[in-house]
Design a protein around this ligand. Structure first.
Ligand code: FE2
Length: 246
């Protein structure tokens, strides 16, 4: 089950004229604060995504070093857990495998939509979940640090990243959530296993699913939301991707 996105921003107004840069930025930030994500639609071919993202913060390079990354099926990557194939991705935050703070925002925009079923980006807000945590569990998630590894796909690119972070981290600019269903290293009887199960289940029932039209651009707060992907069949699906620091 999935819900339609609520936080949608049209780049053109009711008359079909482009919004001014000021109004676009103002509404974008209002929607981002409220929902933690914004889906921009009616995006003209002339829209400069890189320029828009630069106004949000400093760029964080993708794993390959490319600032603007490509998300599309890559040769020889179909057998691993990796964004560069057609398989599903489980709910996670980006950058738990970075030594530094995870990127604050992730921007994805659609070059070529997937025809046929699947390929939606799915998102869910963790804010209600973290606010509802009992004090003792919250304390444990803030204080206990875990070892994290990177994905199989990124390992195959030659990067073997290992980090140690808590699930929750207080920061002056907000609470940071780090989450993975498969790259958080723990014992079977660790209490965090139950949290992973609970959040994965909550994600399944509460997530919104974004079906891309060409040029649609999705930006979300990666400290606050979990994201995932539905499997797809069309190997011409192509998104571009920028990560932005706080
Ligand atoms: Fe991701």
């Amino acid at each position: 089950m999935s819900h339609s996105p609520l936080s949608i921003l049209s780049q053109v107004d009711f008359n079909g004229n482009p919004l001014s840069e000021e109004l676009l930025a103002k509404t974008f930030h209002q929607l981002m604060d409220e929902h933690g994500y914004v889906l921009m639609c009616n995006v003209p071919d002339t829209f400069d995504q890189v320029r828009f993202c630069r106004a949000l913060g400093a760029f964080v390079p993708n794993y390959t070093g490319a600032v603007v990354g490509d998300v599309r099926p890559e040769p020889g990557m179909d057998d691993v857990y990796h964004a560069g194939n057609t398989r599903p991705l489980t709910p996670h935050t980006e950058g738990y495998d970075f030594a530094v703070l995870p990127p604050r925002y992730i921007a994805l925009w659609c070059v070529t939509p997937a025809s046929g079923a699947g390929g939606e980006t799915t998102l869910c807000d963790t804010r209600p979940w973290t606010q509802a945590l009992a004090d003792d569990e919250r304390e444990r998630l803030l204080e206990h640090t875990y070892d994290w590894k990177t994905t199989e796909g990124v390992q195959r690119l030659g990067l073997d990243l290992k980090t140690r972070h808590p699930i929750l981290e207080e920061h002056e600019k907000g609470l940071i959530v780090r989450f993975s269903c498969n790259n958080l290293l723990r014992d079977d009887d660790d209490p965090v296993a139950e949290l992973q199960e609970r959040w994965q289940l909550a994600f399944e029932t509460e997530h919104i699913a974004v079906t891309y039209q060409r040029n649609d651009m999705l930006v979300w707060d990666n400290w606050r939301l979990l994201h995932a992907r539905n499997a797809f069949t069309d190997r011409s699906r192509h998104l571009r991707r920028i990560q932005i620091a706080a």
